[in-house]
Write a protein that binds this ligand. Structure first.
Ligand code: BES
Ligand code: MN
Ligand code: ZN
Length: 497
């Protein structure tokens, strides 16, 4: 819910509960501006409880103040060990407990800041996590449990925090929340619901009446433009491929930015069929596309002094009598020929076309996001996205912004030598290397299609875009990774370009 989180306002009726995050060895009320009547009595009640702040400690008491019915203290351990993970876990537990107790209006006081993000942005990160803490995907449940939904969370101000600043942070957190939810919902929707057609239709409708111009290219147009990679991957499915183009241009743009997102609405692997186990997860193989569309929404709202174009190729990768086959040779939009060694290495075929096509927008900066390789998931797990870049400044910027937003990335080598792994007997290159080095080889493949002069970064989000079970305070399913990172990048490019 977009307006779940609100700035503290003295309630007409008492709030159901005040949740206090408490740390070891600190006075639980330290650093807080406890609003409302009689804050002293709250301090008294809390000290009566004997709060120690140990991790996992939960203590509840009746509230002596008439602003709250109860006070619940959640211990989070040592302030110095507090991270985004512990923050998420805490907030999810708070929202769950409040829901179970049928508390509809609560206040949350959070004076500890996660130490693994920039101090400057930590408060916004925390507020965004608070807003996201009740996210769940229940679109397909006939009886979603509405009775356990908290309606309003009042944010307790911190000492030294002026109201205007806090208001601005809450606004920003709400925006992050809305867009991360959008990306998560898209990633969680199954392949029969989110098809190339419905994704394209919804994504373009989202920009009606905004300064972002949305165009949807269908199969015929893709053919006509020579985007064979996209058409070929999609040809095994009755769902025809699409490409969404979202264009925004400020009057005097300081730079041209192109965002490309892999949009495979379901990846069965094609003729190089995947094994059955975990195949259902491949409904999220459009998480890159989702993040790019969400980021474009901020462009529509903020209208930065940039030219920003998003290219979102959308296909379903299925085997059939008409499907792309191993051994087939494709001529991509820039004339490069590619031998398809493995139809499951489909993402790079889409991205290569979209990236080469982006040359017409003369990008200064090109960023692509893709759930590209299982190898990246093997290498980095669910903590970090893989980053490849042809430009050190852009790479460092993304590393820094990853640290600030919580969408963390780890740079991997982009080396011309890896191209050897993609040598084909029959075409300019093949789409899949052997087992060893397949991760850097995937980036070496993409590098061939980067327009001249573009500073380019490729984010492999295969490990971070989706988790099968709840972990580290994240709900199961799509994570919305990349939305916050792209938003932060666009902000900086608008400032500094
Ligand atoms: N969509 C997958 C990659 C993936 C795997 C994403 C696990 C998220 C979780 C991609 O299209 C794929 O199948 N890649 C192949 C490439 C290989 C055939 C060169 C892979 O990683 O096995
Ligand atoms: Mn695949
Ligand atoms: Zn895929």
């Amino acid at each position: 819910m977009a307006d779940l989180v609100q700035l503290w306002k003295a309630p007409e009726e008492p709030l159901d509960c005040l949740y206090l995050a408490t740390t070891e060895g600190t006075n639980p009320l330290e650093g807080l501006v406890l609003p409302g009547t009689n804050p002293k009595s709250i301090g008294h009640a809390v000290s009566e409880l004997g709060v120690r702040g140990l991790e996992g400690e939960v203590l509840v008491t009746a509230s002596p103040s008439r602003d709250f019915r109860r006070i619940a203290c959640f211990g989070i351990g040592k302030a110095g060990d507090f991270t985004v993970h512990s923050l998420r876990k805490l907030l999810r537990r708070v929202l769950e407990q409040a829901g179970h107790n049928r508390e509809y209006q609560i206040a949350v006081a959070l004076s500890a800041m996660p130490r693994d993000v920039d101090a400057q942005e930590a408060r916004t990160v925390a507020l965004a996590e608070l807003a996201l803490a009740d996210y769940r995907f229940d679109r397909f449940r006939s009886h979603p449990d509405e009775s356990t939904k908290v309606d309003v969370v009042h944010v307790v101000p911190l000492k030294g925090e002026d109201e205007k600043g806090l208001r601005a942070r809450i606004d920003r957190a709400r925006r992050l929340d809305t867009l991360v939810r959008l990306a998560r919902d898209l990633g969680n929707r199954p392949g029969n619901d989110l098809t190339p057609e419905s994704f394209a239709g919804e994504a373009s409708a989202m920009f009606a009446g905004t300064p972002v111009r949305a165009t949807v290219m269908g199969r015929k147009e893709l053919e006509k433009e020579g985007l064979r990679g996209i058409v070929a991957v999609g040809q095994g499915s009755v769902q025809e491929p699409r490409m969404v183009r979202l264009e925004y241009r400020a009057k005097k743009p300081r730079a041209s930015v192109v965002l490309v997102g892999k949009g495979v609405t379901f990846d069965a692997g094609g003729i190089s069929l995947k094994v059955a186990a975990e195949m259902a997860e491949m409904k999220h193989d459009m998480a890159g596309a989702a993040a790019v569309v969400a980021a474009m929404r901020t462009v529509a709202e903020d209208q930065p002094p940039l030219k920003v174009v998003a290219l979102v190729p959308l296909v379903e990768n299925l085997p059939s009598g008409g499907a792309l086959k191993p051994g087939d040779i494709l001529t991509m939009v820039d004339g490069t020929t590619v031998e398809v060694e493995n139809t499951d290495a489909e993402g790079r075929l889409l991205l290569a076309d979209a990236m080469a096509y982006s040359a017409r927008f003369h990008p200064d900066v090109l960023v692509d996001l893709a759930t590209l390789t299982g190898a990246c998931k093997v290498a980095l797990g669910s903590e970090l996205a893989g980053l490849f870049a042809n430009d050190d400044d852009l790479a460092h910027q993304l590393e820094r912004l990853g640290h600030r937003t919580g969408d963390r990335v780890w740079r991997l080598p982009l080396l011309a030598e890896y191209r050897d792994l993609l040598r084909s007997e029959w075409a300019d290159l093949k789409n899949s290397a052997g087992r060893w080095g397949s991760l850097p080889a995937s980036a070496a493949f993409l590098a061939r299609f980067v327009p001249e002069k573009a500073r380019w970064a490729h984010l492999d989000i295969a490990g971070v875009a989706y988790i099968p079970r709840s972990r580290n305070g994240l709900p199961p399913g799509a994570t919305g990774f990349g939305v916050r990172l792209l938003m932060a990048l666009l902000d900086e490019l608008a400032e500094k370009a």
